[in-house]
Design a protein around this ligand. Sequence first.
Ligand code: ATP
Length: 194
Amino acid sequence: MPLALFGGSFNPPHVGHLAVAEACADAGGLDTVLWMPAATAPHKQDDPTLASAEDRLEMVRLAIQGNPRFEASDLEIQRGGVSYTLATVRRLAGRYPGEDLVVILGGDSLNYFPSWRNPHGILELARLMVYRRPGSELANAPDWVRRRTTVVDGIPLHLSSTHIRNRIAQGQTVRYLIPEAVRQLVEAKGLYQM
Ligand code: ATP
């Protein structure tokens, strides 16, 4: 049964992330989706809004609780530094030899995928499942990426962590946009309030 890696900053996790992971798990018959908060994402190294790794891991744990197919992993946080998917996929391939590895991405991330560290190396070890995201066009992906990609057609979700952070900073409600347990943690810790 396929094992999927769902990486991101999860700053914070929102209902879009949950819908993406669930739709991919369903479409791909995935046994397990490993939610993997990056220590530092390569394209977000100077992000002043980034909550601590511990808080993001805790928010992910709260967000996915109750879903038997979802698991939180601190592999990238433990490794520290900049989190390259290549290193993570290599680690998973070593730990689960012969496993059908899947990397879950939103459509926006697919467009950047060819510029990631050694994308060919990633595709030797894993295939991609991509959930369309409003504002991103999948047709731009090169053939060598598309050959290893399954597109999941779910409801378009116009939602991002940036939207959530901005709303919190402006004192607007985010109830129902992030899981309730995450919302309570954000509030208790005063995260993203600027
Ligand atoms: P930010 O606004 O801070 O950049 P984000 O909402 O894009 O954050 P990330 O944690 O960077 O969230 O995303 C993790 C993964 O989830 C990425 O592959 C991203 O493309 C995907 N993703 C997030 N939101 C959506 C969405 N609404 N639709 C499809 N994919 C999404």
